[in-house]
Design a protein around this ligand. Sequence first.
Ligand code: XIL
Length: 416
Amino acid sequence: MESRPLAPALARLAALLAGLLAGPLAPAAAWATPFPPCTPGACTLREAAARAGIAIGAALEAGQATLADPAGALVAAELSSVTPENAGKWQTLSPAPGVYDFAGLDAIVAYAEAHALRVRGHTLVWGRSNGPPAWLEAALAATPDPAAYLRALVREHAGTVVSRYAGRIESWDVVNEPLALFTGEPDPASPYQRVLGTGFIGEAFHAARAADPTARLFLNEIFTEFRDAKFDGLVALLRDLLADGVPIDGVGLQGHFGFGAPDRADLTAKLGALAALGLDVEITELDLPMLLFESAADPLAAQAAAYADVFAACLAVARCTGITTWGVGDGDSWLDRAEIFSFFAPNRPLLFDASLAPKPAYFAVREVLLAVPEPGPGVLLGLGAAALAGRPGTRPGRSARTDPATRALAPPTPPA
Ligand code: XIL
């Protein structure tokens, strides 16, 4: 075909033009380089995702952020983005009031820079699990004015952490899981919600924006994919925040699909509804445990089809800028240690097996990414501008191919 050899040349021309438009100082983001050459069948996920205009990542622990670790080496070779699984949480960063230990997060950011990986910062303010600093409740009990104390503390924490990595961490989950686990109400169990009400969210976003005006600021939420009432609560919250002028750029749907396999059309609609608010969207913590697929004739193929559905949903929404799995290999999934899901261990929810070999899901995802047609020059201009501005921008909205997923018969039922 005549047109194929032209595409790389057009891409370079478009990038050049976009560079001129974006100004002489706009740096190229290596992980977002549009349409790098690769041979279908031999492309890495990083190359395939770059062709499709999205970032693809995984969560890593600080100790894995090195080529000496097999998972760290695999991420550097195969993916374009990394999220600190625990190293960026307040509880990890601050062992005592006013005391910070950045060693783990520094290691992940340095590793990411050495291997041209994007970093999703995770997470500044989270009221659950290992989110809050261990000393928070005692400090709140000891202060005469908990609201004033906590408001100042949230602003100071967001400012301290975001400014340390300004220009180096591409996006931040500024607030994680502000809603109750299974409903659209504010999370009553969160100390931030309890002491400050919903206003803590705006405080955190404003402080993060002041500390790094270039980072994309996300609100990240769990279990909205299968709970419509919770999703509606999320949309209502986002509308309120935007109306109040809170500087929010994106919303992450975590994508822990343990209660039911993804429905491609429904997920596409949800991502589209969030994008229609004027926000970027990402799937930030994807995992698809095997218990969803046990009744299928070929469980690994069914898992692969479900992975393909999630990627197809993202690719169908222009403002879906990336997908991250929560872990690299099946051997270190958090689900095997988490409440409810540890019962189903080994959950084997990821793209690579316990020995880090690619699973059928890996190949299905690559195929969906490579099925995105190369765009025309007008679209390339947009992609080039986004890449040169150092952040993922608006991609052309188009559907990737359909893969019928075999549905699970009996996933666990969430509480009513
Ligand atoms: C989990 C980690 O994977 C575990 O290692 C840790 O013990 C608890 O937190 N939603 C989130 C993540 O936003 O930060 C959580 O990560 C998983 C659920």
